[in-house]
Design a protein around this ligand. Structure first.
Ligand code: SF4
Length: 407
């Protein structure tokens, strides 16, 4: 308990700043003010000396529109900090944060947030604090080694979210902290709080030692989770840095010294690594089949589409794989996903053959082929081209001419 003088001074600060919030229309619908007033009202001082100002504040509440506007000077934050300093025991138990713990979900990351996943198996997570533009830039650049990049606005739920999402991916070994921390004179300071967590850990009340944020208490992660997190990742702190080039360089440098997948994950990753077997069966597409070939003279791709009765339906041509598969899909010439995948693969191979000036032979579609009953393509071989009327799901891999194959 602070001295009597300190307590009187705290009451004065609290009353003055709650009155400031009462006078500011923006605060009336803000979770920061409402949560602070409700929390203080439940304390002994809230029922005594602070009761009049808290009662005044409740009369101006409007339906909550935002959790926190992040104002450079937040009046209820100043009031709350004054209370915690004057009454550390009572203050430690107060729930001053207006945001609610998010619900977990299947997959990775398990907790939702304001982030972009780049690739699961990469070693670097970037926490850009309040710099949303930086998140967008890095997510578009997708530098080598980047797994995920996101913002983090709060020193409790924000940090807890990063901890849980990181523990769920043992590939992440480096946490790069950058971007603008906060402009608030008294506010969340998530960057400073995160640095303190790495430097000093938690006290017995799960408060981050040395953290200067408004309420740096991690109540939704266990001590074991925090310990495991601190062992899994190395912190690279560049708080304040917003230059995407510099940060990209640092991501690459972290990736180069990646120690590999963390061998002692706190929980087994729920992301299964599935071994894909070769396909066993291929079902014919009722829409028909394709003959793909590169036209070397014009350097264009050509696709002939046939009905399953062997009748030419149309001929598509274009400059790229994307142009041709888009047109085929648009015209509903494929009705099966395996057939679409096959077409994309063969178009990409044909495009590569044009670029390399190499011969192209259309491959068989993957899977168990139906027995060919004739060789309508004229190769004299059992190439799997559709005989009329019954087609086979294969290609003319016996040919090495430009126009040789079918599926
Ligand atoms: S963040 Fe603080 S100052 Fe800003 S609107 Fe909310 S309560 Fe008011």
């Amino acid at each position: 308990m602070a001295s009597a003088e300190h307590v009187v001074s705290a009451f004065h600060i609290i009353t003055t700043h709650i009155d400031e919030a009462i006078a500011a229309a923006k605060c009336h619908k803000c979770g920061c003010l409402q949560q602070t007033v409700e929390a203080l009202a439940g304390t002994e001082a809230g029922k005594g000396e602070l009761a009049p100002v808290l009662a005044r504040a409740k009369t101006i509440f409007e339906p909550k529109k935002y959790d926190c506007l992040g104002c450079p000077v937040c009046y209820p934050a100043i009031a709350a900090n004054a209370f915690v300093e004057a009454f550390p025991e009572a203050g430690a138990g107060l729930d001053l944060c207006p945001t609610e713990e998010p619900e977990g979900r299947q997959g990775w990351p398990p907790l939702p947030g304001d982030y972009s996943v780049v690739r699961y198996g990469a070693p670097v997570a970037v926490c850009a604090l309040n710099s949303e533009l930086l998140v967008k830039t890095l997510a578009e650049r997708k530098p080598e080694g980047l797994a995920v990049v996101g913002t983090m606005h709060t020193e409790n739920l924000g940090i807890e979210r990063v901890i849980k999402n990181t523990l769920a991916n043992p590939h992440i070994r480096c946490l790069l902290l950058c971007g603008e921390d906060t402009q608030q004179a008294v506010g969340h300071l998530p960057g400073q709080c995160f640095e303190s967590l790495f430097q000093n850990g938690l006290d017995e009340r799960s408060r981050i030692v040395g953290a200067r944020g408004r309420r740096p208490v991690l109540k939704n992660v266990s001590r074991e989770e925090v310990d495991a997190f601190l062992k899994q990742v190395e912190l690279i702190s560049m708080v304040g840095e917003q230059d995407a080039d510099i940060i990209t360089g640092q991501i690459q440098s972290c990736a180069e010294r990646n120690p590999g997948v963390y061998p002692h994950p706190f929980r087994e990753s729920q992301i299964e690594r599935i071994q894909a077997p070769e396909p066993k069966r291929l079902t014919l597409d009722k829409a028909g089949y394709f003959v793909v070939y590169p036209e070397m003279r014009s350097k264009r791709l050509v696709v002939e589409h046939y009905t399953n009765q062997g009748v030419l339906n149309c001929v598509l041509e274009g400059a790229s794989t994307g142009a041709l598969y888009s047109e085929a899909i648009e015209r509903q010439l494929v009705t099966r996903l395996d057939h679409a995948a096959y077409l994309g693969r063969e178009l990409a191979r044909a495009e590569q053959a044009i670029l390399a000036g190499a011969p192209f032979v259309q491959d068989a579609a993957p899977g168990e082929l139906l027995p060919a009953t004739s060789a309508p393509c004229g190769s004299g071989s059992s190439c799997g081209c559709p005989s009329t009327p019954k087609p086979a799901s294969s290609s003319c891999s016996s040919h090495d001419t430009e126009k040789a194959a079918c599926q």
